[in-house]
Design a protein around this ligand. Structure first.
Ligand code: SF4
Ligand code: SF4
Length: 377
């Protein structure tokens, strides 16, 4: 049975957040149960992109600060880092407010722009990963995921946060290698088994719903979750938003691979029932193999969800084109004065363009026949 601490915390008040996380760690047996004093501890927040904290895209600096304070008070050696989806780690750290906290406590940002290939023969889907040097230089990880909706995997939480341990463009390359979201989810559970994070502290005070993981809307959930089991934390996130766990393949593969479990969870802390919010906007349908129709593209375009640019919102910045991992691109922009346009025949539905659009101009929509025939529950 896995144990998850559920801590009600209504706002990013420094003392409240600090006391909530302290209480949660104590309920789980204290830091000593998970990390040793002679180990170099790496904090891995969500630094997906350069958004200010109130956008709810990244781990809030107040959560980051509370964890740093607790670790330093207990005499641990701490560093941090992440590989953003767009922008350098230094720039993203500045905009997200993490850099100011790190400077205050003299916490170094480790190298997440270079790394090494690490083989993982036990992997069910992936036998090697390009792991960031900062991860390899550390003895133990504490992950600080953000609670968010996600178009490809339905939610992004504890398991998906560790994709940032892979440096630079190697992350996007996984979308080409595993365009099918089911295989992609299996790869994520392999990665978590490789990096073996000791503890996960999820920021769910203000989560992101809707067009996540970067273009959605902030949603107050008022909760912090802590566990050493990422599958149990993500399952708890599903429970809090009343999402069928069968719609989230990382849970099933996480259990099958021995990463964790989502059926037998012991909760401690505050009552979970009072924190459930069924109005959370998330895709409430099973993850389907959207590459199924690759051989019959007209059918694919009639049935499968696809990214669409809202030209009323688009600022023609071209970041979506840059983010597309497909060789030769599935999204084009003739000149900087033109709106980008899709070639859906080439599009593998990875939604990197939607994830990276800084102006919330890309939505993922299901065609009419897809609603009728393919995405029915
Ligand atoms: S990233 Fe967004 S705003 Fe920029 S060109 Fe693409 S759709 Fe338009
Ligand atoms: S166009 Fe968008 S969804 Fe399609 S492959 Fe490129 S990044 Fe992925």
């Amino acid at each position: 049975m896995s144990k998850v601490a559920v801590l009600q915390c209504n706002e990013y008040n420094k003392d409240d957040v600090y006391n909530s996380i302290k209480r949660g760690i104590e309920l789980l047996g204290g830091f000593d149960k998970f990390i040793k004093h002679d180990e170099k501890i790496l904090l891995k927040p969500n630094m997906l992109r350069a958004h200010e904290p109130d956008k709810a895209t990244t781990t809030h600096p107040v959560i980051f600060e509370a964890v740093i304070r607790l670790l330093l008070e207990n005499n641990y050696s701490v560093s941090y880092g992440d590989s953003p989806g767009f922008g350098s780690p230094q720039y993203v750290a500045q905009v997200t407010g993490l850099d100011a906290v790190a400077q205050k406590y003299h916490i170094p940002l480790l190298d997440f722009e270079n790394g090494e290939i690490v083989s993982f023969p036990e992997g069910k889907q992936t036998k090697q990963f390009e792991i960031a040097r900062g991860v390899l230089q550390s003895d133990a990880l504490i992950s600080l995921p953000k609670m968010k909706s996600h178009q490809l995997t339905r939610i992004t939480g504890a398991v998906k946060n560790q994709l940032g341990c892979v440096f630079g463009l190697n992350k996007a390359a996984f979308h080409i290698k595993f365009p099918n979201p089911v295989d992609f989810s299996r790869m994520l559970t392999d990665l978590n088994n490789l990096v073996k994070t000791r503890l996960y502290i999820m920021d769910g005070i203000i989560a992101m719903e809707g067009n996540g993981p970067a273009s959605g809307n902030p949603k107050k959930m008022g909760v912090i979750l802590i566990s050493d089991d990422p599958v149990a934390i993500d399952a708890t996130f599903c429970k809090l938003i009343d999402l069928n766990p069968d719609f989230v393949p990382i849970l099933r593969f996480g259990k099958e691979s021995g990463l964790g479990n989502y059926e037998n969870i012991e909760y401690c802390g505050d009552s979970i029932d009072q924190l459930i919010n069924t109005s959370f906007d998330v895709v409430r349908s099973p993850v389907k193999d959207e590459t199924l129709f690759g051989f019959l593209s007209p059918l694919k375009n009639l049935l499968i969800r696809r990214p669409i640019i809202d030209i009323a919102t688009c600022k023609k910045c071209g970041i979506c084109v840059e983010a597309c991992p497909v060789n030769g691109k599935a999204l084009f922009q003739k000149t900087k004065a033109d709106f980008p346009y899709y070639n859906y025949k080439k599009c593998i539905r990875c939604y990197c363009c939607q994830e990276m659009c800084p102006h919330k101009a890309i939505k993922v929509k299901i065609p009419f026949f897809g609603k009728l025939l393919f995405y029915r529950k």
